[in-house]
Design a protein around this ligand. Structure first.
Ligand code: DON
Length: 552
């Protein structure tokens, strides 16, 4: 891993950066990026390309690309219209606060993670429909068509795809339908065809997005749920609504930062952390030094502590957004950071965390006109609930685990969460997904986001700081090793190469505790629009094997 990161950094300095004069798409699947690029070439705008890329990812990157999940799409059109489309999953009407607890009040192991009961009502297809309705310029069928053909004709399995499936083979084997499709011992070089998914996509292509919520797909999905012990009904599907939210807008060293509001915690935490860091001369204190890491980690802890207490779905719980972003509050958070001591997080809970894998997916699109899209979508953990409703060919999410399923106990990501994020029918679980657009002089400058559960927010933070303060190229910025702290457990996680031994010793002397070295954090695909030339410079995060940029 260190070797590959270092190679990445060195290459980042020596290879020409992928720069495009008109449009660019960067995603976790080169095939999906090319689908988006082709739509741009045919005259589609960034939203058209994003919709096509999203559907293609559902075929070529099934660990996270999806029809059965949800996500957030931050759109900024060249004319200034800006919207955060929230197509997050909702709890089914029959969901209850304690549905994952046994009679003894103890959590039922993995009940919110595996199988149909773990799924919220999927929002992705409605999200794409709404994005297309508001901003699309090409016909819907042209955007779904490429994914449909990829599912029907198949694509070549890569080494990364094979090993990713292999890692989750046991979970996928729990469900006969998932096992039939994904457990067939696919090997690098095989052609992977998904005929059931192709039929589902054909219906969506020809009948439009409502088909998923009212047509044959909805009927079969709700029937499968009934049979297999899930809660999602026809009514749940019919009642699902995308919410167009106003993005949060903050600033960092004169740049404007446009980012995701609740029910994501990402935007609030990001703006708080940037606010705390702004008072430090990060460029002078340097990348990877004890001083910079100390300041950064202390900021992370404080933002995540607020997250645990104050965040949830704003349509169900009172989320004091203005108070959380009040400069006076951020100044107080900053003032509580001690220069020479790590503040203990309080009671330490270790919890059996799943830790981060890269099981969400982020992609970024910029078009010729300067419209930009930052889109993060997920099934939650890898391959979601590992449940495929019979005959439909797609995996369902396990987003219910993002709720505080057991109050006072950490969830699958080891996150502590409060009352405001308790389960209720129709409610959206709290998220960390942080699609973000940084504007310089009023124009999109850096468009980014990442998977990684709670590490998402810190990945976006560090990537912005790498570009703005450390003046890295966008490729170096997404490649550079990362650190993470989420308040509880009270430990710094780090990628290989992020904390050298001297720095670690200096930080330990301040009282920082370190977790065992983490696997990769995130997969941050960014596009930087060079002021002056207007060139679209792609930052492909090298952490996941199939990622790639396509542009023209
Ligand atoms: O919405 C969230 O915050 C999570 N469901 C995201 C999960 C994720 O990023 C998984 N990848 N590691």
């Amino acid at each position: 891993m260190l070797a590959s990161l270092l190679v990445g950094l060195v290459l980042g300095q020596s290879l020409p950066l992928p720069k495009y004069s008109a449009g660019a798409v960067v995603s976790d699947s080169m095939i999906a990026s090319e689908v988006g690029r082709d739509i741009l070439r045919q005259g589609g705008n960034a939203v058209d390309a994003a919709v096509a890329t999203h559907f293609a990812l559902a075929v070529t990157h099934p660990t996270a690309g999806n029809l059965g999940g949800g996500g957030f799409m931050l759109v900024r059109m060249a004319d200034g219209r800006t919207v955060a489309l929230d197509y997050r999953e909702t709890a089914p009407a029959a969901a209850t606060r304690d549905m994952y607890l046994g009679a003894n009040g103890e959590p039922k192991p993995r009940a919110s993670l595996d199988g149909p009961l773990a799924s919220g009502v999927p929002g992705s297809v409605a999200g794409m429909g709404e994005a297309h309705r508001r901003f699309g310029s090409l016909p819907w069928a042209r955007l779904v068509g490429p994914a449909q053909r990829l599912a029907a004709r198949g694509f070549a399995v890569s080494r990364f795809f094979e090993s990713d499936l292999h890692q989750e083979a046991k979970r996928l084997a729990l469900d006969p339908e998932a096992n039939r499709i994904f457990g067939a011992g696919l090997r690098e070089g095989d052609t992977f065809r998904q005929p059931d998914l192709a039929r589902t996509l054909l219906r969506l292509r020809d009948k439009g997005p409502r088909e998923f919520y009212e047509g044959e797909t909805a009927r079969r999905l709700s029937a499968a749920m009934r049979e297999d012990g899930g809660l999602i009904t026809m009514d749940d599907l019919r009642n699902y609504r995308v919410i167009a939210r106003e993005p949060l807008v903050g600033s960092y060293r004169g740049d404007e930062v446009v980012t995701m509001p609740p029910p994501s915690s990402g935007g609030i935490a990001l703006l708080q952390m940037l606010g705390m860091l702004e008072a430090t001369d990060v460029r002078a204190s340097g990348f990877g030094t004890a001083a910079t890491i100390h300041r950064t980690v202390e900021g992370m802890k404080r933002a995540f502590a607020d997250r645990a207490e104050f965040l949830g779905d704003p349509d169900f719980a009172e989320v004091p957004v203005a108070r959380l972003l009040d400069p006076a509050h951020i100044a107080a958070m900053r003032a509580s950071i001690q220069a020479n001591r790590a503040t203990p997080a309080g009671e330490i809970r270790t919890g059996e965390g799943l830790r981060e894998g890269e099981h969400t997916t982020h992609f970024t699109v910029v078009d010729k006109a300067g419209n930009v899209v930052a889109c993060t979508t997920t099934l939650n953990t890898g391959y979601g609930s590992a449940y495929v409703p019979k005959g439909l060919g797609f995996l369902m999410n396990n987003e219910m685990d993002d709720f505080a399923t057991v109050l006072g106990k950490p969830n699958g990501y080891g996150l502590m969460q409060g009352e405001r994020n308790a389960i209720a029918p129709g409610k959206r679980p709290l998220s960390s997904m942080t699609p973000t657009v940084v504007l310089r002089d009023g124009k999109p400058y850096l468009v980014l986001g990442s998977p990684g559960g709670p590490t998402i927010i810190n990945t976006v933070l560090q990537t912005i700081v790498n570009v703005v303060d450390h003046r890295m190229s966008v490729r170096q910025a997404v490649t550079a090793p990362r650190i993470h702290h989420q308040w509880m457990p009270d430990e710094v996680r780090y990628e290989e190469g992020a904390v050298n031994p001297d720095v670690r010793a200096a930080l330990a002397a301040l009282g920082h505790r370190f977790a065992a070295r983490a696997a990769n954090m995130g997969s941050c695909h960014a596009v930087l629009i060079e002021p002056g030339t207007g060139l679209r410079v792609a930052g492909v995060d090298p952490r996941l094997g199939d990622a790639g940029a396509a542009g023209y």
